[in-house]
Write a protein of this length. Sequence first.
Length: 250
Amino acid sequence: MPSPDDHPLAGRQPAAIRSALTVLEEVARAGPGVTARELSTALGLSPATTYRLVNLLVAEEYLVRLPDLRGFALGRKVVELAGAVTSPAIPAAAAAAVAELRSRVRLAVHLASLRRGRLRMLDPDPDHPPSTDGVLARHLHASALGKLLLAEEDDWRPLLGEPRPLTARTLRRPDTLDRELETVRAERVARQFGELRPDRGCLAMPVRDGSGVLVAGLAVSGSPDRVAALTPPTLRLVETCAETLATLLA
């Protein structure tokens, strides 16, 4: 008798697979800490179905429970898949510089490529996975790294289109975003406070090559209050790391 594995997908299996993938997409969009109840509400799935899918994805290491048991984040297998497909290698010295910064600041630290109008993660913090490249690329106006990229453009609209609100704090009016990008240019640092997710803030500094061309962005991320309260010594650590990366990524 043929085994069930010999038969094509049938019955409810395709729907279950689609639901599981949708759960992964929503965790990626919402970011670390999203709860099963929040997933159920956002996706319109029953709590029982949501818990069943989440438990399966955790068992298979596509999701991971956060240490405080209050929510979930993308797991090892998703990070490995994303790295195999989209993450270019960076020099070992650059990875070491980012790792050193992580050891000295009590925040998530991410390094992203910002070349030719594209945002791609080079070295996302493995302990605090950021939003996916796709989410960040679609909503450049809502992330500090995205603002660095938009601030390089004389006209940001071709890169972004119509800004969409993701939270109550998202900057969506073109004139407001223009002023924000002017501040980024003047201060050479970009910030966002609860604009991508209500519970997350971020500060990003540019990494430029010897000609002054933007090649990457170095970001520290945490709660909006913690990011707003960053001290001058901590900011200097981030700036020094960005300067070191400029020579290593050129």
